[in-house]
Design a binder for this molecule. Structure first.
Ligand code: DQA
Length: 151
């Protein structure tokens, strides 16, 4: 059984309610169903915990704990901290857990807000999935599984 931790950062506690035109109408409760749809029986090989916090420090505390707990992989949507938080990037750099960065929106296409095209955390991740709404998370889990199989 693979143990993955999904970490959602600030303003991601109200998915489905927050700006649905940008972030979609589905909530994190829909993730298990989406995962089953994408992964089929392989979804049973994954145990997923979902964590959300608005504070940078709380997120870093949870990531450090994930390392101690021996979590196998991370799916991280750091929200706006993606673009601003050197502290979060530093944390990913040292904890050494395989991480896939996700975004609901296609941050690269939000050209009216150039800051969103910068990710400080992305270089410490295996890769980035952006623009597929909640499916981004399921695609990230699939990518983590593939990574584990290749180790
Ligand atoms: C986001 C994109 C970020 O720019 C934004 O601050 C968010 C959500 C996304 O999932 O599309 O809070 O990470």
């Amino acid at each position: 059984m693979h143990r993955f931790l999904v970490v959602n950062g600030p303003n991601l506690g109200h998915l489905g309610v927050r700006q649905p035109d940008i972030y979609g109408t589905r909530s994190m409760d829909d993730l298990p169903g989406i995962l089953r749809g994408l992964l089929g029986e392989r979804a049973e090989t994954v145990k997923i915990e979902i964590f959300q916090a608005n504070g940078e420090g709380e997120i870093i505390d949870r990531l450090e704990r994930a390392r101690e707990e021996g979590i196998d992989g991370l799916v991280l949507n750091a929200g706006a901290y993606t673009h601003t938080s050197l502290a979060l990037a530093d944390c990913l750099a040292w904890i050494g857990l395989p991480c896939v960065e996700v975004h609901l929106s296609n941050v690269l296409a939000r050209t009216e807000e150039p800051l969103r095209q910068i990710t400080l955390t992305g270089k410490h991740c295996l890769g980035v999935v952006a623009g597929f709404g909640l499916d981004s998370y399921a695609l990230a889990v699939a990518a983590l599984l593939r990574h584990m199989e290749q180790q």
